[in-house]
Design a protein around this ligand. Structure first.
Ligand code: HSE
Length: 414
């Protein structure tokens, strides 16, 4: 069953590339690295690998190399490498979630046209086996929702802020030093990275290919100590949560937002650099996946697992995507949220809510909690920059706004 040993051309020797090299150096029964191409010639590299090359063609034009592993962080350059390798009939592995999410349809087309395997388990949740499970296990039971913490850096920062009350910037610097954060950490803190991963997971979970820019996204950089104080008082934690959820009409919404998590929720204990994903299937149970979501060896382990899968001739089948009954996008639903604001915005923020459940304000700032429509929330977010929005939950399909009891404010219509 197993084919001849794979000969690897590796692009990138950063945190993950070095991690993979170390793993394969210990055991090269499956595959061995023939060439490594890096971008910067004069960088000091702690490795006994003899010759680094700086010319991509050294790998792409090498007929003996049958597996290209792309572990660089420049998404545009990565796409050129990956697409060229596929056109040359080479199997490809990548961990570049931005590149995969932004070029998903084109990459599907290339895989089909050139009949080559392209695997990317390491792109989502690093060491957690998510993509192959979504692709294979959930082929036979219709998934209803997928909800998870898929960015290790922000979870690390949120955990530090919650537990140790240290400054956001210090926690971010620590996440960068540990190799968790992206080169441009805004990709982590503003939720872009989580949105790329949600694009990929949604395609494998539901067969729906959504552009990352279509995902409603709120990051963690607007969060302030008041919100953490609220969370501690109410025995909640704040996590950056990515959600794709399908309703009974086969409509789906995809959001990335800070969310209050209750103590009995599986994601409550997913702290630090850990990632966690909860899947719910219509006729099945809820499943909870958890593991290290960033870092050299966890990410390299997922790449190693892909190498093994390719050695056993595995490829993604994308059956849900090709089945033709892809869910439509859901744009009309209700959510329970907290919106915090500078005091001069109080009247304005209030007007966007359909029902306010709790309010607090002093001379400087305040917050409301209550029900808001997704449509209003999107508009509010686009108009106001200096507010913070945290989700309690999306209201379920049977929610009736007319039956909400409002303690203090009048109900307004959308
Ligand atoms: N910056 C990413 C994270 C790396 O923090 O999750 C792993 O994809």
């Amino acid at each position: 069953m197993q084919q001849k040993k794979l000969s690897i051309g590796l692009f990138g020797f950063g945190c993950v590339g070095k991690g993979l090299y170390d793993l394969l150096y210990k055991d090269d029964t499956l595959a061995s690295i023939k060439k490594i191409v890096v971008k910067t010639p004069d960088k000091k590299r702690h490795s006994n690998f003899s010759t680094f090359s700086f010319d991509p063609d050294d790998i792409l034009n090498d007929g003996e190399i049958n597996l290209v592993i792309e572990l660089i962080d420049d998404a545009a350059a990565a796409f050129i490498i990956v697409s060229t390798a596929m056109k040359k009939g080479k199997a490809v592995i990548s961990a570049n979630k931005k590149m995969i999410a932004e070029n998903f349809r084109e990459l599907l087309h290339l895989q089909k046209k050139y009949n080559v395997p392209f695997l990317y388990e390491a792109s989502c949740g690093a060491s957690i086996p998510l993509i192959r499970n979504l692709e294979e296990y959930y082929k036979t039971c219709s998934l209803q929702s997928l909800e998870g913490i898929v960015n290790g850096s922000t979870n690390f920062i949120l955990t530090k802020a919650f537990e140790h009350k240290i400054f956001y910037q210090n926690a971010l610097e620590e996440a960068q030093a540990l190799g968790y954060a992206e080169t441009d950490p805004i990709l982590d803190t503003e939720g872009f990275d989580a949105a790329y991963k949600l694009t990929i997971l949604t395609a494998h979970a539901f067969g729906k290919c959504i552009e990352p820019s279509e995902i409603f996204r709120i990051g963690i950089n607007q969060l302030r100590e008041t919100e953490f104080q609220y969370a501690r008082r109410e025995k909640l934690k704040i996590k950056l949560v990515a959600t794709s959820c399908k309703d009974h009409e086969e409509k789906i919404y995809c959001i990335v937002m800070p969310k209050f998590i209750q103590a009995d929720h599986p994601l409550y204990h997913v702290d630090g650099v850990l990632n966690g994903v909860v899947t719910k299937a219509r006729n099945g149970d809820a499943h909870f996946f958890s593991g290290k979501g960033a870092g050299a060896l966890p990410t390299a382990s997922a790449v190693l697992s892909d190498i093994s899968a390719i050695a056993h001739k595995y490829k993604y089948g994308y059956e849900k995507y090709y089945a033709g009954n892809v869910p439509r996008t859901k744009n009309d639903f209700f959510m329970r949220v907290m919106v915090s604001f500078p005091i001069e915005k109080k009247e304005d923020i209030q007007s966007w809510f359909l029902a306010i459940e709790e309010s607090f304000y002093n001379n400087e700032s305040g917050y409301f909690t209550g029900i808001i429509s997704f449509k209003n929330l999107r508009e509010l977010k686009s108009l106001q920059e200096d507010i913070s929005i945290i989700l309690f939950d999306v209201c379920n399909e049977n929610f009736d706004i007319n039956k909400v009891e409002i303690p203090e404010f009048e109900l307004q219509t959308i």
